[in-house]
Structures are given as structure tokens and as C-alpha cells.
Design a protein around this ligand. Structure first.
Ligand code: BG6
Length: 487
């Protein structure tokens, strides 16, 4: 391997190149996020944003595309900000499959510019892009690379991509995005756990009965069918977003909030996850695929009808994950995610154990509910603690549940997760990005689930669009006397 000069993390970044600039992710997330950062004057003065893609677009067409992306946001466009922002925009036709496909980026000797390369592309191209950047002399020591999930389709492909990238960019220049880590509410999880004393003594198998993590979407797969059908809910959502949430909930207190301290603790959780087997796959997991139905009052087509193809891909998964360590032995983590479900909801429920003994009479006994902490991440943002109270009045002792909201209204605009993440790449702060070993351990566990499904011959069960998934998802909890929190 060629020796590279040590990168200077304080080197001022001069440009951002977005590969895949005409794609959906760039339009929905990147351009609006960059615009908002510019509106808040958080981009360096002499910073250019280069859209790179295979299409031949002229400057005016590119500006129109970016403008439409910003206009699609409810906040609208401020002409003053747009003037400043649009002056930063360039377009460059680029094709990594051609020998001189990146020559436009190197035009005018622009090779030593400290640049962030953002790959909003199919992961199968990540290696090729890095190779092409290196060959064109564009991967200077101060350059950084940002990669979207999923990194690979399984452990083997993920390792291969990571190795190709590592042959060009050192790990401290690689930013693997999991946009859930940029969400304000996910950040708040860390504050909730580690900025309060009273949760920690209860945060274990002595006090907690089980944990539920739900990421429910009402949207179908639509235009992303081609990508999604290859991945399914397990690889698209569980391997990354849901396992990151699980890690933040389950990890030990890190020594500090530094990137590696937190990532080391997440890695320990991933190493403690019990692998699935053929037998456990049937007991502990459910795959589903949506059929036609009604979502938000509108008729919704079946998954297979969206592209008219027969498919064994799951659009829903529910499973029980076990973390085999001292803190969590015996505490199931139930994960559930799916497309075309009844409601959009990302929610974590920490269900505490019931009272060891009740001193109350039979009537109050019926009122009793175990304490629980409910963390709503989106669309509602709220943390509430369910506590039991006395029902006021002269009658015999009766109890009632009081959901105590622990959230203050934030007032401001809800930021796009990418705004924070882009700012962190600019500041070369890797804390909210996923380290190579984390990605690979998560794949190793997910590969085990996929292999167990294959061996057990577990087909996706149909569920009606607009429902909460197949019946098996309820049975998964009912078998142990538990239930999803669905109200
Ligand atoms: C993406 C998945 O990573 O996350 C999508 O590929 C999913 O399938 C999306 O819809 C959900 O993100 P959010 O922020 O809308 O919950």
C-alpha cells in the first residue's frame, strides 16, 4: 500500500462532491440540509458544492433541480439565502466506470482540494468510486469519504467494500452514515441515560421486563422496489437503524462521549447478541409482506403489485433479540419494523417489571399497571414515564396510571438529521458515524438471522396494508404473556 501523508483534521474543507446528485436521497435530504446550513451561516465562505452524476446536465438544469428540492420543503425558499447558496453550486458529469470518468472533477488541476466525497449511490459502486478517485489523484490526504447505508448486502460484501475503501481512505477519513444517529431524539437517548442518575440503577434485568423498539412506516416501497426487493426489511432497517437504537439503549456507560468510547461500548453489545438458529428463527421471528389494503384512508396496492413481480422479500419483520451479558440476561428486546403499517411511529418502550407484591385490594389490583418509559422518536417527539397514582375521591383505594411527560417543547424547526451529520463531517467529528467493526458485527448477526430463515424455510406472511403486520407478530409477545404497546 502506498504511504499517505497523515491527514490534518483541521484542514479547511473546500468542497463537497455528491455522487448520485440526481438521485432521490440527494434531492430529499442533501440539498435541503445544505441549504438550511447555509441559511444558518454554518458553511465555510469559500465552500463549493458539486453535484456529480452520469447525466449530462447543464448548470441551469442543475440549479433548477436543487431549487425544486429546496422548494419541496415546507419552509420554502428565502431568496437571499438562495442567492448565496446557489453561487456555491456546480455540476459535473462523472462516470466511475469509464477510465477518465472523473476528469471533470480534476479539471484545472483541482486535485489537491480538501474535499468531502459523499456517496449517495448503490453500495456496489463504493469500491469503484474510491479506486477512481485514487487513480485520478483526487483522494488527497485531507479528503473525506461519506457512505450511505447499507454497506454491502451481507458480511462478506460489507468486508469487501470496507477493504476497498480502506485501501484509499484511512478509517478516520471514512464517515459511515446511519441517519438515525443524527436525529435529535436519538441523541436525547444518550442524555436521558447518562445525564440522569435515577435511570441507571434500574436499567438492567432486575427492574426491566422487556424492551420494544418499533419503526413503523405507512409508506410503501414504491419507486425503490428494485433496491428494496434485494434487501428487505431485515437488511434495510434492522441491520442499521434498529441495531443502532438497540446498542444505545443497551450499552454500558462509556468513559466519555468521545467517538471511540461510545463505539467501543456499542461493539460490546453487538458481540453479546445471541445468534439465531433454525429452531429459534421460527419461535423468535416473523416475516411479513404487505397485500392490498387501506392506509391513511387511501387504497394501497400490494407489494408485489407495485412492480408486478412475485417476491419472497419481507416488508415487515418482528423478532426477539437477546443480549447475553450480565445486565440484560433474560430481558427480551422485541424489534418490529415494516412498510405500509397502520401508523408512522418510531417508538421505544422500556417495560418495567410488575410489583413484586401488591398491598392493594382486589379492585385496585385491576388498575395496576407496571411502570414504563415510552420514548417517541417520530413523528411525535416525547418521553413519558407511566407512574401509578391514587384515583382521588372518597371511595376505596383505586389507582390510575399517570403518563408523566418528560419533554419540553423545543419551539424551533425540526432539523433534518443530515444537517447535523454534514456539519460533523465538516468538523471531522466521527462520533455519530458507524465504525467499520460495528457495521461488520451487525452484519454477522443479521446474516445469522437470514441464514436461519433460509434453513427454516420461513416465507413472508401476508398482512393487509394499514394493519400492524401479520398475526405472528402479536403471538411473538403473547407467548410470554406480553403485548406490543399499540395505543
Ligand atoms: C432508510 C430506509 O434508511 O430509512 C428506508 O432505506 C426507510 O426504507 C427510511 O424508509 C426511514 O427513515 P426515517 O428517518 O423516515 O424513519
Amino acid at each position: 500500500m502506498r504511504l499517505r501523508p497523515m491527514p490534518d483534521e483541521h484542514a479547511p474543507i473546500k468542497r463537497l462532491v455528491i455522487f448520485g446528485a440526481t438521485g432521490d436521497l440527494a434531492e430529499r435530504m442533501m440539498f435541503p440540509s445544505l441549504y438550511f446550513l447555509d441559511a444558518d451561516r454554518l458553511l465555510p465562505d469559500d465552500f463549493t458544492i458539486v453535484g456529480a452524476a452520469r447525466s449530462a446536465l447543464d448548470h441551469a438544469a442543475f440549479l433548477a433541480l436543487v431549487r425544486a428540492a429546496v422548494e419541496a420543503r415546507p419552509e420554502g425558499v428565502d431568496e437571499g439565502v438562495w442567492e448565496r447558496f446557489s453561487a456555491r453550486l456546480r455540476y459535473c458529469q462523472a462516470d466511475v466506470s469509464k477510465p477518465d470518468g472523473l476528469s471533470g472533477l480534476a479539471a484545472g488541476g483541482a486535485v489537491d482540494i480538501p474535499t468531502i466525497y459523499y456517496l449517495a449511490l448503490s453500495p456496489s459502486l463504493y469500491g469503484a468510486v474510491c479506486g477512481a478517485l485514487d487513480k485520478a489523484g483526487l483522494a488527497c490526504g485531507d479528503c473525506r469519504i461519506v457512505m450511505e447505508k447499507p454497506i454491502g448486502h451481507d458480511l462478506a460484501t460489507s468486508r469487501a467494500i470496507n477493504a476497498e475503501v480502506a485501501s484509499v481512505f484511512e478509517e478516520n477519513r471514512v464517515f459511515r452514515i446511519d441517519h438515525y444517529l443524527g436525529k435529535e431524539t436519538v441523541q436525547n437517548l444518550i442524555a436521558l441515560r447518562f445525564a440522569n442518575t435515577f435511570f441507571e440503577p434500574l436499567w438492567n434485568n432486575l427492574a426491566i421486563d422487556h424492551v420494544q423498539i418499533t419503526v413503523a412506516e405507512t409508506e410503501g416501497v414504491g419507486d425503490r422496489w428494485g433496491y428494496y426487493d434485494e434487501y428487505g426489511a431485515l437488511r434495510d432497517m434492522v441491520q442499521n437503524h434498529m441495531m443502532q437504537l438497540l446498542c444505545l439503549l443497551a450499552m454500558e456507560p462509556p468513559a466519555d462521549a468521545g467517538a471511540d468510547s461510545v463505539r467501543d461500548e456499542k461493539v460490546k453489545v453487538l458481540k453479546s447478541m445471541r445468534p439465531f438458529s433454525r429452531a429459534s428463527a421460527q419461535q423468535l421471528s416473523v416475516r411479513g409482506q404487505y397485500r392490498g389494503g387501506v392506509v391513511d384512508g387511501k387504497a394501497a396496492a400490494a407489494y408485489e403489485e407495485e412492480k408486478g413481480g412475485q417476491s419472497d422479500t419481507e416488508t415487515f419483520v418482528a423478532l426477539r433479540a437477546d443480549i447475553d451479558n450480565w445486565r440484560w440476561a433474560g430481558v427480551p428486546f422485541y424489534l418490529r419494523t415494516g412498510k405500509r403499517l397502520a401508523e408512522r411511529r418510531t417508538q421505544i418502550v422500556i417495560q418495567f417489571k410488575p410489583l413484586p407484591h401488591s398491598i392493594f385490594g382486589p379492585q385496585a389490583q385491576e388498575d395496576l399497571m407496571a411502570n414504563r418509559l415510552v420514548i417517541d422518536l417520530q413523528p411525535k417527539e416525547d418521553i413519558s414515564l407511566l407512574l401509578m397514582n391514587r384515583r382521588p375521591g372518597l371511595s376505596a383505594q383505586r389507582l390510575q396510571a399517570l403518563p408523566l411527560s418528560l419533554t419540553l417543547p423545543s419551539g424551533g424547526r425540526r432539523r433534518i438529521a443530515y444537517e447535523r451529520l454534514l456539519l460533523d463531517v465538516l468538523a471531522c467529528n466521527p462520533a455519530l458515524f458507524v465504525r467499520r467493526d460495528e457495521v461488520e458485527l451487525a452484519w454477522a448477526w443479521v446474516d445469522g438471522v437470514a441464514a436461519a430463515w433460509r434453513e427454516a424455510g420461513l416465507p413472508p406472511k401476508p398482512y393487509a396494508a394499514g394493519s400492524w403486520g401479520p398475526a405472528g407478530a402479536f403471538a411473538l409477545l403473547e407467548r410470554s404473556g406480553r403485548a406490543w404497546l399499540d395505543e
